[in-house]
Design a binder for this molecule. Structure first.
Ligand code: NAD
Ligand code: UGA
Length: 458
């Protein structure tokens, strides 16, 4: 079949895989290829067991794979063959040298730019999909403009706003698609080519364009604002616990103001995921770089509150369980950083588990999707840990249950059955406020929700 457009994505991760699958699904006359340096990942994309769990993803990949969606290890030839190249490589926080623990580590992005430069025999449009510090396109341009002869590269910014767990729906019905470009003739032409792709399924009024720096910065700011709401509500949950106010009632009352809105006001054990913390640090680093100390410290506090919330949760457990966890069995329900994903990157469950093990608690960990990643995250951590799929088996014989992920199934567990199998007095720490806490109290649990009065039998 002759394809109308050929698209390449470099980076077959949580963003590259699902976002390209959506383009392939919506544009059957486009040929979409995704490449990665990680050959195991490519093998997994080509197997029945995809490397990323995302509701709805399997179906689309199975429909399109081998028809107009391909996963390949041949980076060199794919760069040669395609003239629209998305870059969706990882941009983690730097762990070494200048800017360690704060700046974005742009080595993968730079290597990708150099690969594109090396293997290109014709002009191309390179689209930043990764989340990047503002002005990164300039670095890309500098590297790519060293190409010899007539080859020209146009760099666009097209940040991805999908969230894990709801990625397919977010990609199909985005609030907006943002495309930033240089405001030159060739920049605007390249931008129009990208608009054309999204316009296949996204209403034009939702495809917004801007200058390239606004686009790069908007992505960092969007994540910072979302994380700020979570830290704001979590900070108030601490005040609720001191004053007998109820965080769920407060969030409802505040969120009903249409100027504030009700989303992202769920108090919990703190935000996790690979992006919020890294992107805020990225923003903080940029502010320092430009000498904006006050602005940097304003955004940094969001991360401090997130850490505080996790420490507070652990302190509450220790206090409630008579000051010692040594030799006590604790069952962790949920290890993923949020529901509907197997992703555990920066999950609060990692830090909380480590702290509980330091207190010499014994852990049984249960999660419907993330146990494999949990075992990798806690490999080498000293202490006794057992991984059990079935929540009922995991809870049996434990002194306490901790709900750390908002999986729907945890709302509807048979808490009476769980209670019966546990050591008494049985404790339930609901780190996501998802159980009917009055009912659980009536069953016999000593229950400690977040930002609401604890109900005990003491
Ligand atoms: P990821 O780690 O899952 O995937 C990145 C992939 O890029 C890896 O498989 C890696 O092997 C590959 N890679 C790195 N260097 C390469 C190279 N030179 N050539 C080919 N492949 C290379 O990361 P992710 O979660 O998909 O995130 C990618 C970017 O998108 C990040 O900047 C992130 O901030 C941003 N983002 C992520 C999400 C999300 O939900 N995970 C959402 C929006 C934006
Ligand atoms: C987030 C953003 O929502 C996406 O728009 C963005 O594209 C993505 O980061 C990214 O750049 O990687 P994601 O991290 O996948 O998406 O998931 P969220 O739904 O934002 O949840 C992040 C964390 O906040 C989770 O740990 C979640 O449990 C927590 N959260 C969220 C709360 O504790 N309370 C809330 O009310 C909402």
């Amino acid at each position: 079949m002759k394809f109308k457009k050929k698209i390449l994505c470099i980076g077959a991760g949580y963003v590259g895989g699902p976002s390209m699958a959506m383009i392939a699904h919506k544009c059957p006359d486009y040929r979409v290829t995704v490449v990665d340096i990680n050959s195991e990942r490519i093998d997994a994309w080509n197997s029945p067991h995809l490397p990323v769990y995302e509701p709805g993803l399997d179906k689309i990949v199975k429909q399109c794979r081998g028809k107009n969606l391909f996963f390949s290890k041949d980076i060199e030839n794919q760069i040669k063959e395609n003239d629209l190249i998305f870059v969706s490589v990882n941009t983690p926080t730097k762990t070494y040298g200048a800017g360690a623990d704060m700046a974005a580590d742009l080595q993968y992005l730079e290597k990708t730019a150099r690969q594109i430069l090396k293997y290109s025999h014709s002009s191309k449009i390179v689209i930043e999909k990764s989340t990047l510090p503002v002005k990164t396109a300039l670095t890309m341009e500098k590297i790519l403009s060293s190409a010899k002869g007539k080859i020209k590269f146009e760099v666009l910014s097209n940040p991805e706003f999908m969230a894990e767990g709801s990625a397919m729906n977010d990609l199909e019905n985005p609030d907006r698609v943002l495309i930033g470009s240089r405001e030159t003739k060739s920049g605007l032409k390249a931008r129009a080519r990208l608009v054309e792709i999204y316009a296949r399924w996204v209403p034009l009024k939702k495809i917004i364009t801007s200058n390239i720096w606004s686009s790069e910065l908007s992505k960092l700011v969007a994540n910072a604002f979302l994380a700020q709401r979570v830290s704001s509500i979590n900070s108030i949950s601490a005040l609720c616990e001191k004053t007998d106010a109820d965080i769920v009632e407060v969030a409802k009352a505040v969120g009903l103001d249409s100027r504030i809105g009700d989303k992202f006001l769920r108090a919990g054990v703190g935000f996790g995921g690979s992006c919020f913390k890294k992107d805020i640090f990225n923003l903080v680093y940029l502010c320092h770089y430009y000498g904006l100390r006050e602005v940097a410290s304003y955004w940094e506090n969001i991360i401090k509150i997130n850490q505080y919330q996790q420490d507070r949760f652990i302190a509450n457990i220790l206090h409630a369980m008579f000051g010692t966890l040594a030799g006590k069995k604790i069952c962790i329900l949920g290890f993923a950083f949020k529901a509907d994903t197997s992703d555990t990157r920066e999950s609060p469950a990692i830090y909380i588990s480590q702290k509980l093990l330091t207190e010499q608690a014994e852990l049984t960990i249960s999660d419907p999707r993330a146990l494999k990643n949990a075992a990798i995250d806690l490999a080498g951590v000293k202490g006794k840990i057992t991984y059990i799929d079935d929540p009922y088996k995991a809870a049996a014989g434990c002194h306490a249950l901790l709900i750390l992920t908002d999986w729907e199934m945890y709302r509807t567990l048979d808490y009476r059955k769980l209670y019966r199998s546990m050591v008494k007095p049985a404790f339930l720490f609901d780190g996501r406020n998802i159980v009917d806490y009055q009912k659980c109290h009536a069953i016999g649990f000593n229950i400690y929700p977040i930002g609401r009065k604890a109900l005990t039998h003491f």
